[in-house]
Design a protein around this ligand. Structure first.
Ligand code: F58
Length: 844
């Protein structure tokens, strides 16, 4: 091992100090000062903390660029098969700390900025996180980029450069208030615009038929308007390899030519207005999770980034002199849910209309290019576009979808003759009432592989949501259970635990998470358990200090931290958690609690701005907190905090501090969950239902190390089939009745009996998420949790075993499965170009 460019390798003294690439402290210091002056244009007397952060970010970026140019050069030279990961969301989180971990220069940088008289943590805290996603789906895309780079898989992430990411959440009088996320306000040092690769995207207008020179009828799309897509590239660094891949996000602008037209008509304001309309497309991330809105602008967003990305892929083919009809050999295109599914029609249009391929060949290429990941079981989250809207925005694509549909339905008829109902269900067009384009059906028809994100989810897709497609094409279906990156969610988020792991099992676990197994025997070592507890305790102290700053509430690090952080949704059942808190509250007040260990309940999560019930759930949490936290009879045995603005940064704070992870969704509703994995990897135990990846987590860590409760998916289904009466639980369970009566009486709303009435009503009238059935089992299960927590040695053993057995849930494993079973892409090892070559010989 003598690669001078790999961190940790024996570096010649001069390489460590090379200008802009050296990883040694002195080079970092020099370049930092250089960047402050020459890039940021500041000097000590005027520089703010943010200027220093920018200088440091540029210093780190310089090191990334050498790896990035080397990777791009290698991929181009070899024409490497490449994953194109299409996702409307990438929830990245801050770059700086992560890049330092991946480069392996955290200590050097800490020392360098220290010697310059600066505080490293303070600089890190300056970074605005790019919150370009809603939740699990967007964060998964970010974890997969990290793993693809670290596994040396050639890949490009394609998405939208939203000017405003997910809103910032504040709490005012216990209610959620949204604030726009101006993450670009002070500049983004991690991205590089590439205006030379901008592309035009058409929207609206009409189609025309004409006879081309080959004598065949062709179709021309006469656009109503055009927008320009400019790519902004962010390097995605691998963990201690030379690979740096690209995340390419598109920003919408008005094309010059279009401007000119309007100017020439003398309509200056009209021209500016056009600009505004065009730029709107990449203005803001839609903040809804699970409940899709059929908004025209959203369809425009989806089509915009998809068309830009496919045109970009065609450009890459041209540069590498690869024939168009070998598109599928060069690219494995992954559709992250149906949001980019219009890509199927767009690739057909590009190949057939713009590049004269015949339909059958184009369709073969298309079908061999795409694979589709489904992320939901909720019917209301399946995307469908009103036909009239679709026709208005994408007239040509609708024609193409009709043609695909006609041929597809012919195939269905052949397989299932005389089954009209099946035909109606499978059609790409929903004609049961108002007509819609069904995006999941389009994705299934145009993809070679369809996967769910956990075993249970994939089974429910096969048996229920996509059963008709499974009956027709069973070979297309597979499962890839989600995973999370151990770099961000362990090494970066939990440095203390990581240091202990490094000491005891070596450092390889970061790239090979199965190595955690070596911890299994440590649970029997009393000294190790003591260290384990010491670390958890100190992380909990830091978290308490953070909670104090963020909310003003004092929490006790000696109490059990019982945490539920995720988007707020009825199916995730934060309100079930609250009902349990109220039950404990009543028990303590009645002196019936016995010897319960003190608990701190931590909640965090955003509600979609238009989802009134979810906002009321937040108010319910904060209202119970207000009463419980200041009730002297509770004597600090219970605390309830709502941590505002749950995002990646706050996730990095909370997962390492948690003792108990709440994964309590109604069975059959959560596709996978990934927070469940982050908690367990940081030593929290899980209380959960048999839903999503909980099933597999429990399998891995062992039933005896997992707190299971509640109906399973089949039992939930049975309640729908056989009837369900939530009032019976109210009638028969005294504790549940007391809890709900207290809420109805206005105990948590200063006597206002109306405030939480919608909540209580939803439970007593229908209870679609089956909280009433699961309440008693949940409370009993929580008693088992308390009993286990009272025995620190037992709890610690369980915690160690949880971590030791979580290796499966690395996103490296997930990505490897995609690579071997779906993408058929191989790793490419990158040799670092020398500084000199990188500077002068990069291909255009
Ligand atoms: C989530 N979906 C699933 N959607 O709910 C979760 O179980 C799973 O672990 C995760 O995907 C990753 O597979 C999700 O986050 C969204 O946020 C969409 C945003 C766009 C509108 C529709 C929902």
């Amino acid at each position: 091992m003598n690669d001078p460019n790999l961190p940790g390798a024996a570096e010649p003294a001069d390489a460590a100090n090379d200008h802009r690439i050296g990883l040694g402290k002195e080079a970092l210091k020099l370049d930092f000062v250089d960047n402050l002056y020459y890039v940021q244009g500041k000097f000590a007397a005027l520089a703010t903390q943010h200027d220093y952060y920018m200088a440091l970010a540029y210093t780190v970026r310089d090191r990334l660029l050498q790896r990035w140019v080397s990777s791009a050069t290698d991929y181009t030279r070899r024409g490497s098969r490449t994953v194109a990961y299409l996702s409307a969301e990438f929830l990245l989180g801050p770059h700086l700390g992560n890049n330092l971990i991946n480069l392996g220069i955290e200590d050097e940088v800490r020392a360098a900025v220290g010697e310059l008289g600066l505080n490293f943590e303070e600089l890190l805290a300056q970074e605005e996180e790019p919150g370009l996603g809603n939740g699990g789906l967007g964060r998964l895309a970010a974890c997969y980029l990290d793993s693809m780079a670290s596994l040396e898989i050639p890949s490009i992430g394609y998405g939208i450069r939203y000017e405003f990411g997910i809103f910032a959440q504040r709490l005012v009088d216990g209610w959620q208030v949204e604030q726009s996320d101006k993450w670009l306000r002070r500049g983004n040092p991690w991205e590089i615009p590439r205006p030379e690769w901008a592309v035009e995207v058409s929207l609206g207008g009409k189609t025309e038929r004409y006879i081309a020179r080959d004598g065949r009828t062709h179709v021309r799309w006469v656009a109503g308007r055009k927008v320009l897509g400019t790519p902004f590239d962010t390097p995605i660094l691998s963990y201690r390899k030379n690979t740096a891949n690209t995340l390419r996000l598109w920003r919408a602008e008005a094309p010059e030519s279009f401007d000119l037209d309007v100017f020439n008509r003398g309509d200056y304001y009209g021209a500016v207005q056009q600009k505004v309309v065009s730029e709107n497309i990449s203005k803001v991330l839609y903040p809804n999770d699970e409940q899709v809105q059929g908004k025209e602008l959203r369809l425009e967003q989806q089509y915009f980034f998809v068309s830009c990305s496919l045109q970009d892929m065609l450009r890459i083919l041209r540069v590498q002199r690869i024939a168009l009809d070998r598109f599928h050999e060069k690219f494995a295109v992954q559709l992250n849910d149906t949001h980019p599914a219009v890509a199927i029609a767009e690739l057909m249009r590009l190949l057939v209309d713009e590049h004269d391929l015949d339909w059958d060949r184009a369709w073969e290429v298309t079908r061999q290019s795409f694979a589709y990941t489904n992320h939901t079981l909720l019917p209301e989250a399946l995307e469908r576009w009103p036909l009239a809207l679709f026709a208005r925005v994408l007239p040509r694509h609708l024609e193409i979808i009709y043609e695909i549909n006609a041929r597809f339905l012919e195939e269905v008829r052949m397989h299932f003759p005389g089954d009209g109902e099946r035909l109606a269900r499978m059609s790409l067009i929903d004609e049961s009432g108002e007509r819609f384009v069904r995006m999941a059906n389009l994705a299934c028809v145009g993809s070679h592989t369809i996967n769910g994100v956990a075993e249970l989810h994939s089974r429910l897709l096969r048996e229920d949501v996509l059963a008709d497609f499974h009956a027709l094409w069973p070979h297309k279906f597979t499962n890839v259970t989600n995973g999370v990156t151990p770099r961000r969610w362990m090494a970066l988020a939990n440095p203390r635990l990581s240091r202990l792991l490094n000491q005891v099992i070596g450092e390889e676990w970061v790239r090979d998470l199965d190595r955690l197994r070596d911890l299994e025997s440590c649970g029997e070592d009393a000294e190790f358990r003591r260290q384990w507890r010491f670390i958890k305790r100190s992380v909990k102290e830091d978290f308490a200090a953070h909670v104090r700053r963020a909310t003003g509430v004092a929490i006790d690090p000696a109490s059990m931290y019982d945490v539920q952080v995720k988007r707020i949704h009825e199916y995730k059942r934060q309100h079930l958690n609250v009902l349990h808190i109220i039950a404990l509250y009543l028990r303590i007040k009645a002196n019936l609690a016995g010897d319960v260990p003190p608990r701190t309940f931590v909640f965090g999560g955003k509600a979609a701005p238009g989802y009134r019930f979810a906002k009321l759930m937040i108010r319910f949490i904060t209202a119970v907190g207000e009463v419980v936290n200041k009730d002297p009879t509770i004597r600090d045995q219970l605390k309830v905090v709502f941590l505002p603005n749950y995002n990646v940064t706050n996730g990095q704070r909370v997962y390492p501090a948690a003792d108990l992870s709440e994964q309590i969704s109604t069975a059959g509703k959560e596709a996978s969950g990934t927070g469940n994995m982050k908690f367990s990897l940081n030593g929290a135990l899980t209380i959960g239902t048999l839903d999503g990846a909980n099933v597999e987590i429990r399998e891995e860590v062992g039933a005896e190390n997992f707190f299971l409760f509640g109906l399973d998916a089949a039992q939930v289904q049975a309640t729908w089939r056989d009837g369900y009466d939530p009032t019976l639980f109210y009638r028969d369970n005294d504790e549940l009745r007391a809890v709900l009566d207290l809420v109805s009486d206005g105990q948590f709303s200063r006597g206002d009996r109306d405030l939480f009435a919608p909540l209580v009503d939803s439970l007593l009238r229908g209870d679609p998420y089956r909280l009433m059935a699961d309440f008693a089992p949940y409370v009993q299960c929580q008693e088992r949790v308390s009993a286990a927590y009272r025995d620190p040695d037992r709890w610690t053993r369980m915690s160690i075993l949880n971590v030791a057995r979580m290796g499966k849930f690395s996103s490296d494993r997930s990505v490897q499965e995609y690579c071997s079973r779906i993408w058929h892409v191989q790793p490419v090892h990158i040799d670092l170009l020398s500084h000199h070559v990188a500077r002068v010989a990069a291909p255009s």
